[in-house]
Design a protein around this ligand. Structure first.
Ligand code: GAL
Length: 506
């Protein structure tokens, strides 16, 4: 009997879609907030706790943002203590770190912290290289649930995948040895082909230098800026990487993300002020559909209502948290005949990907300088299931759902932000019938066809036909295509799963 049971367990875990690290974490992309983009080194207990309270009362935890992450610069500038242990800067964290993690846990958040696989962190505090066991134990003692692990000052231990792999694996093993299940987010900016090995030892891995608050502006500080699409192994540390640059960097290996291990496109810039509303919508939707971890990067205590209505859109977040756990991939990129923008950039993309219930996510991105009508044939959208129009999907009509259609009204978001009392905020969210993923997880909401996750039906793309939409300059249209069932329908999602995704259908 027990033998039978254990073989059932083994079979179940083989087919559960678990990632190679297999720590059971980040089965869908992690979501939360990280201080770095808005605050850099200006960190403190007060910042973390006032932010977590704000995430909670604005209903953002309820749509999925449940990690609060303290980035670089938390350490004592004097270095390690006499036992070789990392110490927090008591001017910033007068009570130490454990009370912060306790407080976050009591609010149902998870606590993330930061170190570097180098002799120093990027801001030149103590790094964890050759101190992995000590530091992993400190993180466990602080009550940490996630470690962002950077790559500055690596002492030359870089240059081949195995050298980088081993350097990061030491921390992965040390975290495991603490007996606490700690999510590991690698941050080596795409070096040494991390997208080919990151999933073996971590739950996510950064693929570029740091994002900055610009949609398409190239900048010398973003190393590999002249990257030709398809060139993946570019030495990458740097900053000032635009949204468009990051999209082009991830495109050739967008399919590498799997449940438990995700390509990290870097923290979000929504709400920071450097992009237009349409640019932020495009940035957010693509990060969601590409299955990047979704870490808000703005000051949530001082945020325009328009930013709140982007980051709290459950129909978009449902793309990120879809149980199928596969990224959209780029099925088309055009540069010919596309008007250039103010930075001399001009291109359009079509991204598409399978969702658990058989729907297809489709994003039309216009990164050119003029508003245009974009069109794409169903045969192209469904290319991953068979080229040349051979995918069975092409023979069906598809209802087109616009996933931005039910964005929270501006007035509701303004009222929410203006409300001083938590109860008033709770009331406003209730009246708006806003999605609550702690009550109804996305997988369940999707299975129950909760209307709040499906946007608005705006038309039909007919069998064998074309999907067309007006797309403003520097904007994206984000659709969920829903197959219109036919009489005597024998469409079999199982038999037509994309190559390499079959096991998710089992
Ligand atoms: C960079 C990293 C950033 C931030 C910073 C802290 O290397 O990419 O996201 O963590 O270090 O110094």
């Amino acid at each position: 009997m027990s033998l039978l049971l254990s073989s059932v367990v083994v079979v179940a875990s083989l087919f559960s879609g678990a990632a190679a690290i297999n720590n059971g974490l980040a089965i869908t992309p992690p979501m939360g907030w990280n201080n770095w983009n808005a605050f850099g080194c200006d960190v403190s207990e007060n910042l973390l706790l006032t932010t977590s309270t704000q995430i909670s009362s604005l209903g953002l935890r309820e749509v999925g943002y449940d990690y609060v992450v303290l980035d670089d610069c938390w350490q004592d500038p004097k270095g390690r203590d006499k036992h070789g242990k990392l110490q927090p800067d008591l001017a910033k964290f007068p009570n130490g770190l454990k009370p912060i993690s306790d407080q976050l846990h009591s609010q149902n958040f998870k606590f993330g912290m930061y170190s570097s696989a180098g002799e120093m962190t990027c801001a030149r505090f103590e790094g964890s290289l050759d101190h992995e066991v000590d530091d992993a134990n400190s993180f466990a003692d602080f009550g940490v649930d996630m470690l962002k692990y950077d790559s500055c000052y690596h002492m030359g231990r870089v240059g081949t995948p195995s050298v980088s792999f081993n350097r990061f694996k030491t921390m992965s093993d040390a975290l495991k040895a603490t007996g606490k299940n700690i999510l590991l987010n690698l941050c080596n900016w795409g070096e040494d082909l991390v997208h080919t090995w990151g999933m073996s030892i971590s739950n996510s891995w950064r693929i570029t230098g740091d994002i900055y608050d610009s949609f398409s502006r190239p900048d010398d500080l973003c190393a590999c800026n002249t990257l030709e699409p398809g060139a993946v192994n570019c030495v990458a540390p740097g900053t000032h990487c635009s949204v468009l640059f990051i999209l082009n960097k991830v495109a050739p290996f967008a399919d590498r993300s799997i449940p438990g291990g995700w390509s990290d496109l870097d923290m979000l810039e929504v709400g920071q002020g450097g992009m237009t509303d349409e640019e932020y919508k495009a940035h957010f939707a693509l990060w969601a559909a590409l299955k990047s971890p979704l870490f808000l990067g703005n000051d949530l205590r001082d945020m325009p209502a328009s930013a709140l209505t982007i980051i709290n859109n459950p129909a978009i977040i449902a793309l990120s948290q879809d149980p199928h756990g596969r990224s959209v991939t780029r099925v088309r990129r055009d540069t010919e005949g596309i008007a250039k923008d103010e930075w001399g950039m001009g291109e359009t993309h079509v991204w598409a990907g399978h969702l658990q219930n058989g729907d297809e996510a489709v994003i039309l991105l216009n990164a050119g300088g003029e508003d245009i009508e974009m069109s794409v044939r169903l045969a192209e959208i469904f290319i991953p299931y068979g080229p040349g129009g051979s995918a069975p999907h092409v023979k069906y009509d598809w209802a087109i759902h616009d996933l931005w259609a039910h964005r929270m009204p501006q007035e509701t978001a303004e009222a929410l932000l203006a409300a001083k009392e938590v109860e008033d905020r709770v009331d406003i969210l209730k009246k708006a019938n806003w999605y609550n993923a702690t009550e109804l997880p996305y997988a369940k909401g999707l299975a129950k066809e909760d209307a709040r996750l499906f946007g608005e039906k705006i038309g039909i793309a007919e069998a064998g036909g074309v999907l067309k939409a007006d797309v403003k300059s520097h904007a994206a249209r984000v659709f969920r295509l829903r197959r219109v069932k036919k009489e005597g329908d024998n469409f079999n999602a199982k038999s037509i799963a994309r190559k390499g995704e079959e096991r998710d259908e089992l």
